[in-house]
Design a protein around this ligand. Structure first.
Ligand SMILES: Cc1ncc(COP(=O)(O)O)c(C=O)c1O
Length: 423
């Protein structure tokens, strides 16, 4: 095997060979920083900005008529965006919709599938993003199920990753729903969606996933895998802007499951404006919409998806794997005092890399002050997300070089006492 070349010129050569390097020009990086935080908030791009502006202009020019007369009609945003999202998630038309927020979608989907299931327990894992547990516990409590007894938490052996075996150990005949992230928000481990789905089904349970850290950067095959339902946000790798509309997937085999949080936007279009007091959910994922689509939070997703489709989700995934592989190689070569907390196998990695160091908080702040935007996840993780949309190998090289300099000069020591902010 070729020796790993940690030189800046080798990074430039990798960029020259990459088909996606030109995408970077479609995005704006504040203060010309090296932006490695796209797994928290993706960057502003001209495509998303244009479709947001288009909706603002339609509001001015058409007023209320824009619900039906705008191109595309606002009324259909959820379904139109859903069908385009289906294309990058391996779903069929009608199985996805853009609606609500991620946390609200967890409430309605976990609630609905809990009611439809035979079991009473929800299996999660100890490394989950907290909002998932908050929502699931609330849904259990609403059904008189004490989370101490009915929230079953799969454990991590190393504090970084969750194995499929750990999920299998947590599942029982009482399991109603197995709800897991596709990618762990701290370590960046990509879980085995197919295997976990099979484990759930072998026990007669539903399999649901939080795709917040994989949508737009990992190629999924939700329908074929038999995933029962999924949720995600659009403001990370999809670059649709802060608080952008979220999305959800309901497998065609589960279209008979009733939405837990019913609302008129999820009603069948044919009778929505008859204003009947009885809720008749639309067929498919559309029935899980709740209230009026947030037009200005959804409009940028049209432009953002133009970029994803033009680049191709498989190409984006390949580029992302190349960037994370390169980042891990540089950490090994140049930062021996840091550990890589992310699995090294490409098929077990999402879009970001966790670098572990006891002074991670101070290092993150020192990096930000030097124009390298990363984030810190207590107690010891600096997360670096080389988004394939706008980060080059050379950017990765610069970030690691900056970190090397900070460590060599002990510059981070000045940041130890500064306030710990987690953004
Ligand atoms: C895994 C995961 N789920 C959910 C969320 C947030 O959900 P919401 O968009 O409702 O704030 C995040 C936010 O970073 C996340 O990382």
């Amino acid at each position: 095997m070729d020796e790993f070349d940690a030189s800046r010129s080798a990074a430039r050569m990798r960029d020259a060979e990459s088909a996606l390097t030109g995408l970077q020009a479609r995005f704006d990086t504040p203060d010309d920083a090296t932006y490695l935080d796209g797994n928290s908030l993706g960057l502003h791009g001209e495509d998303a900005a244009e479709t947001l502006q288009r909706a603002v202009d339609q509001w001015r020019d058409l007023g209320i008529e824009a619900w039906t007369e705008a191109d595309p009609p606002w009324f259909d945003y959820g379904e139109l965006l859903g069908d385009r999202l289906a294309g990058i998630l391996g779903a069929k038309p009608g199985e996805c919709v853009a609606a609500n927020s991620t946390t609200v979608n967890i409430h309605t989907l976990v609630g609905g599938f809990l009611d439809a299931a035979d079991g009473t327990d929800v299996v999660v894992n100890e490394l989950d993003f907290p909002t998932d547990h908050y929502a699931i516990c609330a849904q259990l409590e609403a059904r008189g199920l004490d989370p101490d007894d009915h929230l079953v938490v799969a454990e991590s052996e190393d504090g970084r990753t969750i194995t499929s075996d750990a999920v299998a150990d947590a599942v029982s005949e009482d399991t109603a729903v197995v709800f897991m992230p596709s990618v762990l928000y701290r370590s960046g481990q990509l879980l085995d969606v197919d295997a976990i789905t099979d484990i759930a089904h072998e026990h007669g349970a539903y399999a649901g996933f939080d795709l917040a850290h994989s949508v737009g950067v990992v190629d999924h095959d939700l329908h074929r895998a038999g995933v029962d339902f999924a949720v995600w946000c659009s403001y990370k790798y999809l670059n649709a802007g802060p608080g952008a509309v979220a999305g959800l997937f309901v497998h065609e085999d589960n279209w008979d499951v009733d939405p837990h949080l019913a609302g008129w936007w999820g009603n069948d279009d044919a009778t929505q404006f008859q204003m009947e007091q009885h809720f008749r959910p639309a067929e498919g994922a559309a029935g899980w919409q709740i209230g009026t689509v947030n037009v200005f939070s959804a409009a940028p997703l049209f432009g953002a998806l133009d970029v994803v489709e033009a680049a191709g989700i498989d190409e984006l995934r390949d580029h992302s794997v190349s960037l994370t592989w390169y980042l891990i190689g540089l950490v090994d070569e140049r930062l021996p005092e840091c550990a890589v907390g992310t699995p090294r196998e490409a098929d077990r990695r999402g879009g970001h890399v966790a670098i572990e160091h006891p002074d991670a908080g101070a290092l993150s702040r020192a990096l930000r002050d030097r124009g390298v935007v990363v984030d810190y996840r207590p107690p010891n993780v600096v997360r670096l997300a080389p988004s394939p949309y706008y980060v080059s190998h050379e950017d990765v090289w610069s970030a690691v070089d900056e970190l090397r300099e900070i460590l060599d000069s002990d510059a981070h020591e000045d940041y130890r006492e500064t306030e710990q902010t987690v953004t």
